[in-house]
Design a protein around this ligand. Structure first.
Ligand SMILES: [Zn+2]
Length: 321
């Protein structure tokens, strides 16, 4: 049966001083291709062939997939792809994440996960669970890792209940509480983590998050401010000119990649502009043929070497003092 093209969302998160910052929510053409979420993650998002060799060779250049390209476009450190209704998740997994391991290697190319919206929130909280994996966290049964989930009991003397933290594997229908494991934080009078720092079997996702945050924040660099054109003076303060005046206007570009290019044009109505009068950052304009009452619109368009554009338009009214 052909699969329908559902409306899917891609969410990019930007790590910013140990807080996750949402960069963009954008549609994607990604389709659930198989019932195997992990295969779709590796083949159709990360761009690796699904023979598991990519795990052994993290330097292998991935194919540019659409999701990959959008991640780079938005400078997102990690990406969550939200899927709709195609995966048969009942009794199965609700999300998969790149197996990012910050103990040994630096693997920004694995910073992707898929989360089925049916398990994203609620008792499973799969959204934050998968993001936890992208930040280097592990399940309870993975040994010698301190960034693990924690299974514990809490709830008073006679009402103790099993509690599982965000990174606990949810093989059954237990409800994940809204906590990563952390020996210093309690839930119903019981600590949500265990073990002293560095001890084998330590369950302390919080410590791991503090350490991996700055690593993940470096996966993609912020693009910085965009190219802009500004003038030496505020045009409204020099709104009037007199017939016969000769005025020189100067602009400066900032940010973006140098060198900058400019085009100056003049219009009588603000819509139709004449030919290019200058291609430098300076225009000297002679008002000798202008009449009192004329309004001229001066426009300068700038473009940076990396293709960013900006422009300024300002009016000049001809007036005899
Ligand atoms: Zn997991």
């Amino acid at each position: 049966m052909p699969r329908q093209n559902h409306k899917l969302l891609i969410i990019s998160l930007k790590n910013f001083k140990h807080a996750l910052k949402l960069k963009a929510i954008i549609p994607t053409d990604f389709e659930e291709d198989s019932d195997n979420m992990l295969e779709d993650l590796s083949v159709h998002i990360m761009g690796y062939s699904y023979d598991r060799e990519w795990r052994e060779d993290p330097n292998a250049a991935p194919i540019d997939t659409e999701v990959n390209m959008k991640r780079n476009q938005y400078h997102a450190d990690i990406v969550v792809v939200l899927t709709g209704r195609e995966y048969n998740v009942l009794g199965r997994i609700y999300g998969v994440a790149g197996l990012v391991d910050y103990h040994n290697t630096y693997q920004p190319e694995l910073g992707f996960c898929i989360v089925d919206v049916r398990g994203a929130l609620g008792r499973r909280k799969t959204f934050i669970h998968e993001v936890g994996h992208l930040l280097g966290l592990y399940h309870d049964d993975q040994e010698n890792r301190y960034g693990k989930g924690y299974f514990f009991e809490a709830g008073g003397l006679f009402g103790k209940k099993d509690r599982i933290t965000i990174m606990h594997k949810i093989g059954d229908l237990r409800r994940r509480i809204k906590h990563f494991s952390n020996p210093d934080v309690e839930f119903k009078d019981e600590p949500t983590g265990t073990g002293s720092p560095g001890a084998i079997g330590e369950r302390n996702s919080a410590r791991k998050l503090r350490e991996s945050g700055c690593i993940v924040a470096g996966f993609r660099q912020d693009p910085g401010p965009s190219f802009s054109v500004s003038m030496d003076f505020t045009p409204c303060c020099s709104f009037f000119v007199s017939p016969g005046d000769i005025r020189t206007y100067i602009v400066h570009g900032s940010h973006g990649q140098m060198p900058y290019q400019y085009e100056w044009k003049v219009s009588n109505d603000g819509f139709n502009y004449g030919s290019v009068l200058s291609t430098t950052n300076k225009l000297t304009y002679d008002y000798h043929s202008s009449q009192e009452g004329d309004i001229l619109f001066i426009k300068v368009e700038g473009i940076s070497a990396d293709g960013q554009t900006d422009q300024i338009v300002f009016p000049q009214e001809v007036f005899s003092f």
